[in-house]
Design a protein around this ligand. Structure first.
Ligand code: PLP
Length: 252
């Protein structure tokens, strides 16, 4: 059994973060491993508190997983603090060369900031990642550009490449109209269109896409195929969300 390693925050509700990523790994017949970078408290109103885990403790968790199991792919989500970037990159470089998907989690949907530090501090992790998966607001914040049009998306994706990213997948869910994701591999722009599923307040969509992409890369798909497969997988889950008595909806 191949292992999907998710490095990210613990959202106790299971809507996002490590618990949600475990579900996506299972859907891909992969064993889920998880390294906690941050603890969070979340409820109806969003994130009420969070605290980063000491980088030494993150590396200790990581070492146990990397030396004890056949990790086929890594997904990095919420880091909490860019203080973690140096130790994390050193530990990953020492022990693995598998595909790595970086989902640059900057803020919760409810608005709370979930990362201290910026693009420059993230650069070593960008260079290590097979692909980085910002949504439009994250891309705008990271590149300090206004993003209104497809030309803006392309220019900002180029900036991410200049900052060290090997490939950039810009998710289109936050744009008006049908969601078009754009993949830039440094040479070409690939567009992936899908019809919008009419459902609101769904937790963990970014986590699901990035983790599905990591799983597919870990199972051997080339990048463009992995993106279209992950996108189709997410659309299918968005069509069957459920609620747990509050305002949020969850992916099945
Ligand atoms: N909590 C954790 C641990 C996360 O990783 C994320 C996003 O990736 C969030 C919260 C934010 O999730 P949402 O966008 O559903 O608020």
């Amino acid at each position: 059994m191949r292992v999907l390693l998710s490095i990210g925050g613990l959202d106790p509700t299971g809507g996002a973060g490590l618990l949600a990523d475990a579900r996506t790994a299972w859907h891909h017949d992969m064993h889920p491993a998880g390294v906690a970078t941050a603890l969070t408290a979340q409820g109806e109103e969003g994130v009420t508190w969070w605290e980063p885990v000491d980088p030494i403790r993150v590396v200790e968790q990581l070492t146990g997983v990397l030396f004890g199991s056949p990790v086929a792919a890594v997904k990095v989500g919420m880091l909490g603090s860019t203080d973690l970037v140096g130790p994390l990159v050193a530990a990953l470089k020492r022990s693995t060369q598998v595909p790595l998907v970086l989902d640059p989690v900057l803020a919760a949907s409810s608005g709370e900031s979930l990362l201290t530090g910026g693009l420059e501090e993230l650069a070593p992790l960008l260079r290590l990642a097979t692909v980085v998966t910002p949504n439009r607001p994250e891309l705008a914040a990271l590149t300090q550009r206004e993003i209104r049009s497809m030309a803006d998306v392309q220019a900002a994706a180029k900036d991410m490449r200049l900052a060290g990213a090997r490939a950039v997948l810009v998710k289109g869910g936050h744009a008006e109209g049908p969601p078009v994701d754009v993949l830039f591999d440094g040479v070409r722009y690939f567009e992936f269109a899908a019809s919008r599923v009419d459902v609101k307040n769904v937790r963990g969509t970014g986590c699901a896409l990035a983790t599905a992409l990591a799983c597919r890369l870990g199972l051997g798909s080339p990048l463009p195929e992995a993106v279209s497969g992950a996108k189709a997988y997410l659309t299918q889950r968005l069509e069957h969300t459920y609620e747990l008595g509050g305002r949020h909806r969850y992916l099945p």
